[in-house]
Design a protein around this ligand. Structure first.
Ligand SMILES: [Zn+2]
Length: 468
């Protein structure tokens, strides 16, 4: 066969961050996702700057959704020679237009802090600049769900709603040669049924090879009622102490879901009326993108949105904080209050300043509502560290550390396995990515017995021939 189809896993292999998958067919070469690797600063720096392929030889990039661990390294790819189009759904592209400039801004600002404390070391340079972001944004092309489009001769791509964040897509590549065809499914991040705002994940027709995420391959999420009860207890406990509830949250997706849930629980009288702040200019801008795309909301949110003029993202009790002065004022303000700020794994953003000011006070609570990757500050806090380093400062941890997994935007073990097992016809081979080894191995065993096909957990840079 003249054109073997190959895939190599250039990121999110046995880890949950830095998604990059390199697909080659004959002379042509594409990337699926080009995410930022988030973790220890030096290691992340090296991984994000290094491509095992020539970025200039990549024809195009297709992206699954706008989280930074899926799109956040696109400007580096561009800075190193990639000049092709970047394809994703319209909400994904609109979110990228707020996420990527914010990412460049935060890199420069955090480096500014770090470079003040280098002790004579040469100053570090940011991974990319606003100019790199601008040229990346100029190459974005919008796709639509259920509208197959041609990526190259003999290759069509179709997107389906992944139910993970606004605009998130399950992507099916179909390769045709002579009278034969081959379907490759890339799950990106798989969402969950019955989540606020978003539609349930769709199920597309079967694929020959499925590349599936496995973040929560070894865990079941608590049900909605348990999660909400947990949230109510944490809010009440913190309010009774007069403390601040600090919630590190991805500015896109989790923040809007959390706001929608807090809104509903307060309206139902289950939560006390507390001052609430979303301290993230990015979250405010992302919320504007949510408001601009009611066509992808689930029926309940679409109805609420239509009837209440843009609720539930901007309800009366909530204030979106934009300026640094307003943000600093929150540090001095006494509790009780709720502050939601990015980033979700505490790897940057305004949450760092709230943690520096708030971690030392036993009245306060830090509530984690998302997955905390290995090596991140969020993981160290969630694992019970007595003290942590933040922006070069050592900070004692006296605040309560709490976690609620039920807010996850990722399918759990049963949801992943139910989704994959219902594909018709069944996949002939599955690769598990975007999961640490434990969860991926547990899920692999389940899928092998349920579906009966080989399930592999690729190593970083491992390459496979898919179709000959
Ligand atoms: Zn995601």
């Amino acid at each position: 066969m003249a054109n073997p189809l190959r895939i190599s896993f250039e990121g999110a292999a046995r880890t949950v961050t830095g998604s990059r998958h390199w697909i080659r067919w004959g002379e042509r070469s594409w990337l699926f996702d080009c995410g930022l690797y988030q973790g220890h600063r030096d290691e992340a720096e090296r991984i994000n700057r290094t491509f095992r392929f020539d970025p200039g030889a990549i024809d195009a990039v297709v992206v699954s959704h706008a989280h930074l661990d899926h799109i956040g390294n696109l400007p580096t790819l561009g800075a190193q020679g990639f000049g092709g189009p970047i394809h994703g759904t319209a909400p994904t592209m609109d979110l990228a237009r707020v996420m990527l400039p914010d990412s460049a801004f935060l890199m420069e600002r955090d480096l500014h802090h770090v470079n003040r404390r280098t002790g004579g070391q040469p100053p570090r340079k940011p991974l990319y600049t606003m100019a790199d972001v601008e040229s990346t944004l100029a190459r974005m092309r919008c796709t639509e769900y259920h509208r197959p489009w041609s990526l190259a001769e003999g290759v069509t791509v179709e997107a389906f709603d992944a139910g993970h964040i606004l605009g998130s897509a399950l992507t099916v590549f179909e390769f045709k040669e002579n009278d034969r065809s081959f379907r490759l499914g890339m799950s990106g991040d798989l969402g969950r049924p019955k989540r606020p705002i978003l539609r349930d994940p769709e199920r597309h027709a079967g694929v020959d090879v499925l590349v599936l995420e496995s973040t929560y391959g070894d865990r079941l999420h608590p049900d909605e009622e348990t999660t909400e009860r947990g949230l109510v207890e944490i809010v009440q406990r913190t309010a009774q102490r007069g403390g601040k509830l600090l919630v590190p949250a991805f500015a896109v997706g989790r923040t809007q879901e959390l706001v929608a849930t807090l809104h509903r629980l307060t309206t139902e009288g289950r939560l006390p009326q507390l001052p609430m702040f979303v301290d993230s200019p990015l979250a405010s801008r992302a919320t504007q993108v949510f408001r601009a795309h009611p066509e992808v909301f689930d029926a309940e949110t679409a109805k609420c949105f239509a009837e209440t003029d843009g609720e539930p993202f901007g309800f009366r009790r909530l204030k979106y904080v934009s300026t640094p002065d307003e943000s600093r004022a929150l540090n001095d303000r006494a509790g009780p209050m709720i502050v939601i700020a990015a980033s979700g794994m505490c790897e940057g953003g305004r949450i760092l300043h709230h943690l520096i000011h708030g971690l030392g006070d036993a009245k306060n609570t830090v509530l984690f509502v998302g997955f905390q990757g290995e090596g991140t500050l969020g993981r160290r806090l969630r694992d019970g560290a007595d003290s942590v380093r933040i922006l070069g400062e050592t900070v004692r941890v006296r605040a309560e550390i709490a976690g609620l997994d039920g807010f996850s935007a990722h399918a759990d073990q049963r949801e992943l396995s139910d989704w994959a097992a219902a594909l018709e016809p069944a996949p002939k081979r599955i690769f598990l990515v975007h999961g640490e080894p434990g969860p991926a191995e547990t899920l692999a065993a389940i899928l092998k017995s349920r579906i009966g096909c080989p399930v592999e957990i690729p190593f970083l840079h491992q390459e496979f021939a898919l179709w000959n």
